[in-house]
Design a protein around this ligand. Structure first.
Ligand code: ZN
Ligand code: ZN
Length: 498
């Protein structure tokens, strides 16, 4: 759409072109408007509560709001919402106000039917959330803040381990103030329970809380758990394809990508798997976290494998840190076994599998235990799955990041309807399944970094009735990452209980 600017009550105002019946006004794309000032708040205006709930703490496009343009603009005229340019010019090129992208290669232009320009510039970096272009303003709420409920009781009677207890207390103590905290917890330490008390306190204070994670799987796993322990609280999950985005939720579980839709919303921001790709490599995702928090906020970082930068900050006491070095059940992490298996790449290319791997897979099938088998690429996934199927008669399946049935397959695996699940590194984190062994075929491949291998190993032995799951690294020459991963795990096992 295009906008016109005109004088109203002695000030310069703007409006979508089709709402003003005046052919003498020249309609332009939003970013080409002369500077105008925000209309003052009209306290006697009856604003739409629904719109307030949906837009408060957000930064959205017209298309993302389930309201008529007339209604939205009426709120603008009365000072209840703000328009700001989606794309603006900088000294060097352009910047996207939604995702913070400033790299020129991530901008393109197109012939736009909305603003009738031949070269309307848009951001390619966040295009999967709807196009932000020179003619699309971002809308945010400037009216009264939403009053969140204070009746938010935690319904959970579990016991925390001493390590969990210490971390939980640090979080509870931090909630009312500002600052940050790193919770460095081994895989299987039970980090979700560590959050409960702090979240409860924040919600009871009427604060808004977000748990952000780079992985959709983790959102899907966390959301039902939090909904069940906070039955009085409105909890919504945000991920690509989620249908809960219009819920006025006080507790939000979101992928880091979806945070682009928020603006100054959260008093408590919990960033889970803070080291995980793509969050740690993508500056714009970090920008999203910064945008999504309220000016007064507390940030909690959760990780089993913090980056070197974070570890250094923790060591220098720049970043407060609490470690949980024991699993919830008190048993040590299973230490991976390395199994030399010759030139696995060549074998797989010849539609065969290394002999030690075949021996293991047959034994695994007979044992009746589930296993996750990690391979280095999607292209290898099909071949390896097909060959394994020839060797065993149990149910074998595969899953990868773009698999449309990813959610269902993980669920079937959880319910033991699939015994052997072949996957790429997407499932290295988050998925918790008891009675599970883990193998990495070609563990010496570059995609398996130290932290990826630690996370993979951390899938095994998570239940107290089965704390000693097997972890096998099949390789053709140990990589540095493999050696470091084993060292890392042994080191955590030696640490005293915090
Ligand atoms: Zn963008
Ligand atoms: Zn346009």
């Amino acid at each position: 759409m295009r906008f016109v600017s005109f004088s109203l009550n002695n000030r310069l105002t703007i409006a979508p072109e089709h709402l003003v019946n005046n052919p003498s006004l020249i309609a332009v794309p939003f970013s080409k408007l002369p500077s105008f000032s925000q209309p003052p708040l009209n306290p006697s205006f009856h604003f739409d509560k629904n719109l307030q709930h949906i837009l408060h703490g957000k930064s959205l496009l017209f298309d993302e709001l389930p309201f008529e343009v007339e209604k939205i603009h009426e709120h603008y005229e009365n000072g209840y919402l703000m328009y700001s340019p989606g794309i603006h010019k900088t000294k060097y090129g352009y910047a996207c106000s939604r995702c913070g992208n400033e790299k020129s290669r991530w901008f393109a232009s197109f012939s736009c039917f909305r603003c009738k320009s031949d070269s309307c510039v848009y951001c390619r970096n966040c295009i999967m959330m709807g196009r932000v272009s020179e003619c699309t303003p971002l809308l945010s709420w400037t009216g009264p803040e939403v009053e969140w409920s204070k009746a938010n009781n935690l319904l959970w009677y579990g016991q925390l381990s001493s390590g969990q207890q210490a971390a939980s207390q640090r979080f509870v103590d931090g909630v009312e103030g500002e600052g940050e905290l790193l919770v460095w917890a081994v895989c299987g330490a039970g980090k979700t329970e560590v959050l409960f008390k702090g979240i409860e306190k924040a919600l009871k204070l009427g604060l808004r809380v977000c748990i952000a994670t780079p992985r959709t799987d983790v959102v899907l796993e966390l959301a039902p758990r939090l909904k069940s322990v906070f039955p009085e609280t409105l909890v919504a999950s945000y991920y690509g394809g989620s249908d809960e985005r219009d819920l006025p939720a006080q507790l939000v579980i979101s992928t880091t990508h979806q945070l682009y839709r928020f603006k100054q919303a959260f008093n408590i921001m919990i960033v889970d798997e803070v080291d995980a790709f793509p969050y740690s490599y993508d500056k714009t995702l970090q920008h999203a976290v910064t945008q999504a928090v309220h000016p007064k906020h507390f940030t909690l970082y959760l990780s089993a494998t913090p980056s070197n930068r974070m570890k250094r900050a923790a060591k220098q006491e720049v970043l407060p840190c609490v470690k949980i070095s024991r699993r919830f059940h008190g048993h040590p992490l299973p230490v991976p076994k390395m199994v030399w298996s010759g030139e696995w790449r060549k074998r797989i290319a010849a539609k065969k599998l290394p002999a030690p791997f075949v021996m293991w897979v047959k034994k695994q099938a007979q044992s009746g235990r589930r296993a996750m088998i990690f391979v280095s690429s999607v292209s290898m996934l099909d071949t390896v799955t097909d060959i394994i199927k020839k060797h065993v008669s149990v149910i074998v399946d595969r899953v990868h990041a773009e698999d449309p049935k990813r959610k269902e397959k993980v669920e079937q695996f959880r319910q033991e309807k699939i015994q052997l699940l072949i996957t790429t590194t997407i499932l290295e984190r988050g998925v918790t399944v008891p009675f599970l062994d883990v193998a990495v075929l070609g563990a010496d491949h570059d995609v398996f970094s130290e932290s990826a291998l630690v996370q993979i190993a951390g899938r095994a032995g998570r239940s107290k009735d089965d704390h000693d799951g097997q972890v096998l690294f099949f390789h053709y020459g140990k990589s540095l990452s493999m050696v470091r991963a084993v060292k890392h795990i042994k080191h955590m096992n030696r640490e005293d209980v915090t």
